[in-house]
Design a protein. Sequence first.
Length: 431
Amino acid sequence: MNRILSDVNAIVWGDALLVLLLGTGLLCLFAGVWRVPARIPQLFRRNEGRAHALSPLQACTTSLAAAMGTGNIAGVATALTLGGAGALFWMWVAALIGMALLYAENRLGTHFRSRQPDGTLRTGAIACLHDGLHAPWLAWLFALCCTAAAFGMGNMTQSNTMAATLHAAFRMPPLLTGILAAGLTGAVILGGVSRIGKVTEALIPVLSLAYLIASGIVLWRFRTALPAVCRQIFEEAFGLSALGGGISGAAVRHAFSVGVRRGVFSNEAGLGSSGLLHGETDCRDPKVPALWAMAEVVLDTFVCCTATALVILATGAMETGADGGALVLEAFRRGLGRGADGFIPLVTALFALCTLIGWSYCGSTAFSYLTKGRGCRLFQIVFCLAAAAGAVLRLDTVWLLADIANACMAWCHLPALLLLVPVLRRLLHKS
């Protein structure tokens, strides 16, 4: 079964999806999104909106909670291991295109947003597919894939990572981790969207700041290595180091492929999950949620992922041959000493918990569309139970299914963005 799923995963995440993603992002960019950064000051205006909904900042932190899981730590380490230092440069390129994608999907999702007779709010990619393209069957398929991804990539794989990390660092039993993950997640998500927003608004900035301060301390201690690291990033991005000054096309292609794929995995641009969260915002100006979505990429990829990569490269931890979380831990251990043994596992576990909370809302919104607003409480309860199960089970098959579900979300959503580019152009021209 795993061999079959691996083959399917290789197909759905193949070069065709990469071309579709980059092509759609570039088309959105040239449709007028390139002028959007000039409107950044609008983020700081007071925007009155609906009560009992997320503020623009809360929508941003909740979306960041869904995206900033273990991918910003262990995922970056894997990108450097597979693609070399040059992968970081192509992650930056993917992030620039991802900013255009996230703006487009959130601008269009808010434009087609509508309140349904059952009281639910149809927004984001679901609204684009159902009301923009008038393809409810495609919206249904996207919602199904999003629900599956919520249980896989946004739930069981995260609690499994938490359990493995805390067991290695503190010898905490995986079952206890699963119970704690389920309990904490339930305490937040069963309180509704307002509680989710308040928790992520408090937790994400603190976690991110603590992680960046620790990264800054390490980089300061290894500051003399930074010029060489920067040179290494650009040399390997363009294959210059492979032939002693010549250019290796194979090296460029490999670094490009790994960097772009990891960049997409990091900020989730193009998958359609971001619009489900920003569509719940209380802001009446449809441009503001889309601007906050662009800001997410800056914080996610350009700040946190870059900090992780620079720490790994500057400390020379890649020489150990470690990968994933072990590589990150070794890098911080060289800069922070034994204090890193407690700090990094704890931060990794808390980021994973944030992902659980963020993806619970994405999954709940998608499930609500599938069931016409019924059974959301049941979904939340099952979601918490799945978090407990994920901590103690082997998840090889779940990882593969989650990857496939994420790719299927993109395959449903990206063609819709392509077809709705004329609408995006008109919206940008009016604003």
